[in-house]
Ligand binder design. Structure first.
Ligand SMILES: [Zn+2]
Length: 184
């Protein structure tokens, strides 16, 4: 059993000056254990509007838009990626290429796969559908071109929505107010 010690230090002042940023060090006497360091914002005033993130105070109000857009993008991708994967799987099932090597060449030339042949054949042997082995959104133009009539409009709409969300997300990211309070 190794011994654990917990120590807390005042690391820096908070923004309003009524409280502080506290450094917490958890160390053990195990020679290779090292020490776990964490920080907390200990000020009831500052904590209303700010949160501590890796040595930086982040204004909570200023990141709301980014957080909301990220959640929206995440939800969209959770539908888009499996849809694209299923389209690729059925496309290659219909192609019915003569060998795994031929599949791999076709996937590589589409830019959908850049792993090794060994990794590809292993995944296929284990029954992974092709759409799940590749990154299914690597070649959007091709994907749209092979989409069935009933899928194309939905796919294009989702891809446009993704591009718009990503653009809005990076704009929102630039609006997040951060104040560095710790060194390093
Ligand atoms: Zn404060």
């Amino acid at each position: 059993m190794s011994r654990q010690e917990f120590d807390s230090f005042r690391e820096a002042a908070c923004l309003c000056g009524a409280g502080q940023i506290t450094r917490h060090v958890e160390s053990t006497d195990y020679p290779f254990g090292g020490a776990n360091v964490s920080y907390t914002l200990d000020c009831p005033v500052c904590a209303r509007d700010w949160r501590l993130d890796h040595g930086t105070l982040v204004n909570k109000q200023s990141e709301k838009e980014y957080t909301a857009l990220s959640a929206e993008l995440h939800a969209l991708m959770a539908e888009l990626v499996p849809l694209a994967a299923a389209m690729i799987t059925s496309h290659f099932a219909a192609l019915n290429l003569p060998s795994k090597k031929a599949e791999l060449r076709a996937l590589e030339s589409l830019g959908l796969y850049n792993g090794t042949y060994a990794a590809y054949t292993k995944a296929r042997r284990e029954g992974e559908p092709i759409g799940k082995i590749v990154w299914p959104l690597r070649n959007e133009a091709w994907l749209v071109s092979v989409a069935g009539k009933d899928q194309r409009a939905g796919l294009e709409g989702a891809l446009t929505q993704r591009a718009e969300l990503e653009a809005a997300q990076s704009k929102a990211a630039a609006k997040i107010i951060r104040k560095r309070v710790l060194r390093g």
